[in-house]
Ligand binder design. Structure first.
Ligand code: PLP
Length: 452
C-alpha cells in the first residue's frame, strides 16, 4: 500500500455563543440605520424596495483581504470579479482601491474598459470569446485565460491577424477533495489535458504563456482545497519552467471564499462556520512559498474574490404588503421585494430584521415576495416578530450576484443607492420604468391596430 502523506494537525476556532438548535437569535434587534443613515428616511426618499450599498464596508473588506495576503506573500494582485456586481460605481470603488478587473464576456470586458481599467489589467475568463473580442484583448495586452482546446486553436488560427502575441494562461480544473469536482471549465489536471494544452501553447510559438489559473468552486468551506489547488498549479508552474523553459509570471487562484451568509439547509449560521480570509490566505501563501521557487522567481499571486468582498456591503430594504394565515395555520407575510431581485434567496437563508421597534412576541412565518408565482419565497420559514402592513424590513448580505442576476419579471428593478464614507447617499442605478423595459421592442405593422 502507498504510504500516506503526513499532514500536520490543526486547531480551528469554533464560536459556540449562546446556541440552541435553531442557532443564535440574531434577528431580534431592529436595524434602523445603515452606516448612520436612517432606513426609513432612505425609503421615503428613494422608494421601496431599495438596494443600499455601503462604500465603507466594501473598502474595509477589500483592504483587510489585501492585508491578509500581503502580510504573508510579497506579490499579490486582486482583480474584481465583474459578474459578482458590475454596477459601475461598485467596480470603481474596487479599482480606486487598486483592484484590476476580471471579466467573463465581451460585454463585461467593455464595461471594464469603460470604467477606465487599462487593457493590460483585465483578466479575460470564460468559455465564450469571439474573434473580435480576442483581437481587442490581445491587442490591449489583456490576460486571456483559455478555457478549452477549441479556443486554443481559435487563437492560433487568428494569430496572423493580431497586433501582438496574445498573453495567455490556461484555466485548470482538478480534484481538490471537494465533490462534485468542478470540471466543466478549463483543462483537467489529473488526466493530463492541462499539461497537453500548455505544451501546445508553447510549441505553437504564437502566444506568450504568462500564467496559470483555476477557480475551484464557490462558497468554499475548506481551506485545504486551496492548498491542493496551489500544489497542483505549482507542479504545472514548475514543469513550465523546467521542461518548457517558459516560467509563468503568475498563479491565479480565482475566487470562491464564502461570505457570512447562511447556506439553505445549513445547521449553523454562516457567521459561525465559514473560515476567515486570513485562514485562506495562510493556506494559499504557505503552500506557494513551498513550491521551490527562489525569491526573485516567485509567481505573482492573483485573486478574483467576489462575494466575500461585497456580500455584506449590500442590503435590500422592503415594505410589508400584507399578512395572511395559510391553510395549515402558519403565518405568511408578503413583502414588496421578491425573488426576481433577490436571486440569492434560492441559495441562502438571508438574515432579515425589522427596521422599527416591535413587540417581543415572535412566530415562525413564511416570507413571500409580491410576484404572482409560487416560487416567490424569500424565506420558507423564519422566526420573526409580527409585522404590520407598511412596516419596513432589512434583508442582509445581498451585495453579491443579486444586482447582476436580477431580472425584470412581473416587477421592475428598483433604485440602488450608495452610502459614501461620509454618510451621504447617491443614486447609482435608477429604478426601471415601462419606457425602459419596452425600448428594445418592435411591433410589426400588422399588429399595430387592435379592436376589441
Ligand atoms: C472565474 C471566476 N473567478 C471568480 C469568481 C468569483 O467567485 P466568488 O464570488 O465565489 O469569489 C467566479 C464566480 O463564479 C468565477 O467564475
Amino acid at each position: 500500500m502507498k504510504k500516506l502523506i503526513y499532514e500536520s494537525p490543526s486547531i480551528q476556532k469554533m464560536n459556540g455563543g449562546l446556541m440552541n438548535k435553531f442557532g443564535t437569535r440574531t434577528e431580534y434587534e431592529p436595524v434602523k440605520q445603515i452606516d448612520g443613515v436612517s432606513v426609513h428616511t432612505m425609503m421615503e426618499q428613494y422608494g421601496s424596495p431599495l438596494f443600499v450599498i455601503s462604500e465603507r464596508t466594501i473598502r474595509n473588506n477589500y483592504q483587510s483581504a489585501v492585508r491578509a495576503f500581503t502580510t504573508r506573500y510579497p506579490k499579490v494582485q486582486f482583480a474584481w470579479s465583474y459578474k459578482t456586481n458590475y454596477l459601475n460605481a461598485v467596480c470603481k470603488i474596487f479599482h480606486q482601491e487598486g483592484s484590476w478587473a476580471e471579466v467573463v464576456s465581451g460585454f463585461e470586458y467593455q464595461k471594464a474598459l469603460g470604467n477606465g481599467v487599462p487593457g493590460n489589467k483585465i483578466i479575460f475568463n470564460g468559455p465564450e470569446k469571439t474573434n473580435e473580442e480576442l483581437r481587442l484583448a490581445a491587442g490591449s495586452g489583456s490576460l486571456i485565460h483559455i478555457d478549452h482546446f477549441d479556443e486554443l486553436y481559435q487563437l492560433i488560427e487568428i494569430s496572423d491577424t493580431l497586433k501582438r502575441k496574445p498573453r495567455v494562461a490556461i484555466r485548470v480544473n482538478m480534484d481538490t477533495g471537494i465533490y462534485p469536482v468542478w470540471d466543466r471549465f478549463g483543462f483537467n489536471y489529473e488526466n493530463g489535458q492541462a499539461w497537453s494544452a500548455l505544451t501546445k501553447i508553447v510549441n505553437s510559438g504564437k502566444m506568450e504563456l504568462t500564467g496559470l489559473h483555476c477557480h475551484i468552486g464557490t462558497f468554499m468551506l475548506s481551506v485545504n482545497a486551496y492548498t491542493t489547488a496551489v500544489k497542483k498549479l505549482g507542479d504545472l508552474a514548475w514543469k513550465c519552467k523546467t521542461q518548457l523553459n517558459n516560467p509563468v509570471q503568475y498563479i491565479d487562484i480565482g475566487g470562491g471564499f464564502p461570505s457570512a451568509n447562511t447556506l439553505r439547509g445549513s445547521f449553523l449560521p454562516g457567521t459561525d462556520n465559514i473560515p476567515s480570509v486570513d485562514e485562506f490566505a495562510e493556506a494559499i501563501t504557505s503552500q506557494l512559498l513551498q513550491l521551490g521557487f527562489s525569491t526573485n522567481e516567485l509567481p505573482i499571486l492573483m485573486l478574483e474574490s467576489g462575494r466575500v468582498l461585497v456580500d455584506d456591503a449590500g442590503y435590500l430594504l422592503s415594505t410589508v404588503l400584507a399578512n395572511k394565515r395559510l391553510s395549515d395555520g402558519r403565518r405568511a407575510t408578503i413583502l414588496d421585494a421578491g425573488v426576481n431581485i433577490l436571486f440569492t434567496s434560492f441559495w441562502y437563508d438571508h438574515k432579515i430584521t425589522p427596521a422599527q421597534e416591535f413587540t417581543q412576541h415572535t412566530e415562525d412565518m413564511a416570507l413571500y415576495g409580491p410576484l404572482c408565482m409560487n416560487i416567490d419565497v424569500v424565506r420558507q420559514s423564519v422566526n420573526l416578530p409580527l409585522l404590520n402592513r407598511g412596516d419596513k424590513v432589512v434583508v442582509h448580505k445581498v451585495g453579491a450576484y443579486n444586482m447582476t442576476q436580477w431580472m425584470q419579471f412581473i416587477q421592475m428593478r428598483p433604485n440602488v443607492v450608495l452610502i459614501d464614507e461620509n454618510g451621504s447617499t447617491h443614486l447609482i442605478r435608477e429604478a426601471e420604468n415601462l419606457q425602459y423595459v419596452e425600448q428594445l421592442e418592435k411591433i410589426p405593422e400588422h399588429l399595430l391596430k387592435i379592436q376589441l
